[in-house]
Design a protein around this ligand. Sequence first.
Ligand code: SF4
Length: 341
Amino acid sequence: MSASTQELQQGFQSDALLAWYDDHRRRLPWREEPSPWRVLVSELMLQQTQVRTVLPRYETFMELFPSPAAMAEAGEEAVLGAWAGLGYYRRARALFAISQRLVQDFSGEVPGDAKTLEQLPGVGAYTAGAVASIAFGQVVGLVDGNVERVLARFMGEGSPLRNAAGQRLLWNWANNFVDDKRPGDHNQALMELGARVCRPVSPRCGECPLHGGCQGDEKWSEIPNLPKRPEVVPVVEENRYLLVDGSDHVAWRRRPETGLYSKMVDLPEEWTPGVDAILLGEALIERRLSHRLLRLKGRAFRVQSLPSGWESGPVDDFLHAGPPKAVALLFEELRTHSEVC
Ligand code: SF4
């Protein structure tokens, strides 16, 4: 480490950061009661999903699955159903696999060491660091998009950070900076600072607890590689049919074992209207998936009888089975526009 880097690190005001966090932190249920299982579930939920989407669903989910054993016993379909609305269902499947592994190999307890946590299905260095530091007080750092931006600006690092060498540098800084008395709060403070003060564009350096020692203070825009480049996202168009019979029953199917939304219930994608089919309404929704934009076009038809080979039943049965968020949204749009069911 060069002397200048050492000096920069010594200028990192951990006390000021923690004082700012104590005054400004959001009261979130997994922070108020940070048991290892609650923290682990919250971290999986918060990957790629905003706090405001997670908040109304978190406690209900925890009541259904208060422990790894309860989740493992409930089964994957129950977990997928309860995950409805959070999107990115790979995380729900990973969480269920974690619960099974914890029951089998860890007596139903979450391990408290980051390296052990990283061996669980779907748990990377970030999630392992978050659970170990927040729930167990292990002195380990973590790097997410917000922490990356804060640390890069603080250190005045202008070289690319999205490659292997850059990531090593960031993790070294994160581990060197972490407060050894309050590591969990320190990590949450850095993430919260990145989200609310050290924002990608127009950071509020004047309000920042780190501004005295920060190389990016007031000249953040001179540090390259930090603002995200605009993404070009491919658009995928799909069709869905809402078929309603005279008893207001609808048709659905369960998706294949692999691929997008695997094993979840879904509306028919292909169907040819018969002469007796009456078009009730149409709707279009768009939903951002991890690497693409899904554009779903839906059409609702009243039919004499539902096609054979599909499952069918009342609308509530379909919705309670937990269709993907995009399909559930389309369903509600079709209901609104066609006044069916
Ligand atoms: S002083 Fe400005 S650039 Fe530096 S960490 Fe704070 S908000 Fe970010």
